[in-house]
Ligand binder design. Structure first.
Ligand SMILES: [Zn+2]
Length: 316
């Protein structure tokens, strides 16, 4: 069945669809990594905590730095090999505080957080996915400098894809935190909520971390019941998205709502209510009469809502 709503060509999902070949076989080979690093085609993304360094050029912003451009910044805090693009290496570099200060003083460089880069559309989508990998990995290193098992200082190995403890010999691997983000639907309507931190007028899907010992489906049902009081039955997977704030994987789902009455958990949500397709379509298009809005295309919530509106998704 075709929908009454056509919202135009679908935008790209932010931070997804990386073109990098991760080339994991090179990670354990220091000689291969050194050869890649010294290749004049290799480039680095520079990460300083929450900010990314961008070169300001006449044609726009450029996030890729050649080795010669980073030499003056001193030794980086950490370096990770994030993959190959057309055979040329890409690295993620964690800037030392002194390097961040040097870059802040330069008029040809802009230090800006990754969310703002995505929202403002400063870079092509391929850079966003590479930066998502870079930022999540560098964030993980910054938070795992000491062994969670014994407290000793750990060291980066395997091209940045493991940290080893020299004392208790524990091996630590980069982690990704699964988050379910879901749209409870029933009879042409869906449940949206407002987090306390949302800007005025914005509504989105409910979301929450998957807990230990839980399936994705169970997490979807639990979060929807806890936050909005809605009991859900069937759960259908839609798509997933890397979300490097700091290092999550958003797992997008639809859930079959089996109850109607909304009971809001005020510690989690400012508000929650039912919306019909027409209202959500107007929000996605930025034409809602009350000025209500939905998340931008950089977020998977936009795509979950958009597909529901355009494809008339329902549970039988
Ligand atoms: Zn240890």
């Amino acid at each position: 069945m075709s929908s009454r709503f056509d919202l135009g060509p679908p935008p790209r999902l932010g931070f997804a669809g990386s073109r990098l070949e991760r080339a994991a076989d090179r990670r354990a080979d220091p000689a291969a990594l050194a050869a890649l690093a010294s290749d004049p085609r290799s480039r680095s993304y520079l990460i300083g905590g929450e900010v990314v360094a961008l070169k300001k050029t006449p044609s726009g912003h450029d996030p890729l730095f050649a080795a010669a451009e980073t030499r003056d910044l001193g030794d980086p805090a950490e370096v990770a090999f994030i993959g190959l693009l057309d055979g040329a290496a890409r690295f993620a570099v964690a800037l030392a505080p002194s390097a961040i200060a040097m870059l802040q003083a330069r008029s040809d460089i802009e230090l800006i957080d990754l969310r703002s880069i995505a929202v403002r559309g400063l870079l092509a989508g391929d850079h966003l996915s590479a930066l998502a990998e870079s930022k999540a990995l560098i964030n993980w290193h910054a938070r795992h400098r000491f062994c969670p098992n014994c407290g000793a200082a750990t060291r980066l190995v395997e091209g940045g894809w493991r940290r080893d403890c020299p004392v208790c010999r524990a091996l630590h691997f980069p982690r990704t935190d699964p988050v379910v983000i879901m749209l409870a639907i029933e009879g042409g309507r869906c449940v949206l909520g407002r987090s306390h931190r949302f800007q005025s007028g914005m509504w989105s899907c409910l979301a929450g971390y998957v807990e230990p010992g839980e399936t994705i489906e169970e997490a979807v049902r639990r979060e929807t019941r806890e936050e909005a009081g809605i009991v859900c039955g069937r759960v259908a997977y839609f798509a997933s998205q890397p979300w490097p704030f700091p290092m999550s994987l958003m797992i997008g789902c639809y859930a079959q709502a089996r109850s109607r009455e909304i009971v809001i958990d005020r510690t989690e949500l400012d508000d929650a209510r039912w919306f019909d397709r027409e209202e959500v379509a107007l929000m996605l298009l930025g034409r809602h009469p009350d000025g209500l809005t939905a998340p931008l295309p950089i977020a998977i919530a936009h795509h979950i809502l958009r597909a529901w509106v355009e494809k008339d998704i329902e549970f039988d």
